[in-house]
Design a binder for this molecule. Sequence first.
Ligand SMILES: Nc1ncnc2c1ncn2[C@@H]1O[C@H](COP(=O)(O)OP(=O)(O)O)[C@@H](O)[C@H]1O
Ligand SMILES: [Mg+2]
Length: 401
Amino acid sequence: MNYINNQYQLIKKLSAGSYGVVYEGENIQNKSFVAIKIEKKDKPLTLEREVQALSRLQKITGIPQIYWNGTHNGQNILVMQLLSKDLGYYLKEYRKFSLKTVLMIADQLLLTLKNIHSKSILHRDLKPENLMYHQRQVYIVDFGISKMYRDSNQKHIPFRDGRPFVGTTRYAPIAAHKGHELSRKDDLETLIYILVLFLKGVLPWQNQILQNNKEKQKLIGEKKIKLSSTEICQDLPIEFQKALEQIKCVYLSHIKSLGFSVEPDYDYLINLFRKLGQRHGFEYDNLFDWCKEEEIIAQAKMTQQSEKIQQFSLKWQIQQIRCISQSLQIPSTMECLEKKVSSISNIIQNPMQISQSAVIVEINSEGTLSDDSTNYLYNNYQQLENFSNLYKNHLQIMKEK
Ligand SMILES: Nc1ncnc2c1ncn2[C@@H]1O[C@H](COP(=O)(O)OP(=O)(O)O)[C@@H](O)[C@H]1O
Ligand SMILES: [Mg+2]
């Protein structure tokens, strides 16, 4: 078998994004499950960039752990922490999310973004498919088009225009449509668009019938510029509008060549949304809309497993009962009967036994089970212990006779 790094085996394809194919895999040494991202042959260097960014971001909450990276059969590969599902999946399932869920997502992601930016990295492609849920935490994945916005001396990259479009049209910040170099505020602008989408199920520039990507980028960009924050956040709590205005404020000052490198006020946004949550009396328990369903599925899996164990246990018991009751049909000497009692006792001591409830088992004078009792044991599987006690008593009586 051709294992990656002699250690990782592909199990099944999870998803194919634009730059890579992601598989669920297994570390055959410690039997743990992993995610394996294999770079598409026609998109070279994106995985290298991703590994560089992720390496800088390890240990930040909400960033997947890297286990291994390298080449295998001539392809670049990244092995990382296996996460559950992306938020694009849940959005399709639920159409939109509750305010509580959106505020918990906002709270987690604003903090994660603050931490990512503090390591001099911009994500530049935030979207529901690049946000993943796992164990009550939202993760940010896919750093394929991320960029360092500061050098090792913390010097900010200069503002430039005439840049090629980066990101995904639906979520891109206005600056990307204008061909500007992106900065920290742009990841935040995109995040607000995503939150609006999560609450409303749709963004005002969605569902346009357009010919090609260029046309789409241009028209959607124009719409984003034309619409006011009030229009974009229509029918939502005022805080979403305030958040967008705060970011656009940085953007507007950037027009005056000021705001490009300004550090956004993450804490203002975090507090703004937290206060909204408080007003609604939400407990930030990180039980998102989909958690109930996940828990039910997990519980069902557990029940299935324990049923399997029980079935196994019952099969094992019925086999034992069959053996014993078959042998009991043969008239036995006292010595022989004693052997059987000890074999039954051994079985009873086996921890797989779950015999508890009482049943009347008839044992006739030759020490054999009546047909009814045998059938009962066959059908109920549970009564070995009681049977053993009855049997011992019966032997005692016979001895005394
Ligand atoms: N660590 C992971 N665990 C489980 N699924 C993942 C993981 N990383 C990515 N995925 C899934 O694979 C999809 C594509 O991965 P992504 O890194 O976004 O690749 P691309 O660069 O091709 O968009 C994601 O949208 C997500 O559904
Ligand atoms: Mg992606």
